[in-house]
Design a protein. Structure first.
Length: 109
């Protein structure tokens, strides 16, 4: 009969190292989320400024711009997310929406 392998003493196991790496992972994740959030929010602010500038303008908008604004409104109203669930797919929906809105606004030159 074989002898069972001796288990290492708790002091030889990498508990502290794993705990430190988990703490680093948590901080890295928070930094990633913060940077991602700042980027998306920055794009939304730029879109808002572009739309607001048109609204503040005294000149008449071309029909294509009016159509673009209606398209943007439809896209914005069609967003369906559940923020309380915190799902990655909802973040992707917001990111995709912002990208679609950016494409429309970029046509304005």
């Amino acid at each position: 009969m074989k002898d069972e392998p001796k288990s290492k003493p708790a002091s030889a196991l990498p508990f502290k190292t794993v705990a430190e790496e988990l703490a680093f992972l948590r901080k890295t994740f928070r930094d990633l989320i913060g940077t991602y959030s700042s980027q998306i929010e920055g794009e939304i602010v730029q879109l808002h400024a572009a739309v607001q500038a048109d609204g503040d303008s005294k000149k008449k908008l071309p029909p294509s711009r009016v159509s673009d604004l209606r398209d943007m409104l439809m896209l914005l109203r069609s967003l369906e997310v559940k923020p309380t669930k915190g799902r990655r797919r909802d973040l992707k929906k917001v990111e995709t929406l912002v990208e679609e809105l950016r494409v429309i606004a970029d046509r304005w030159g």
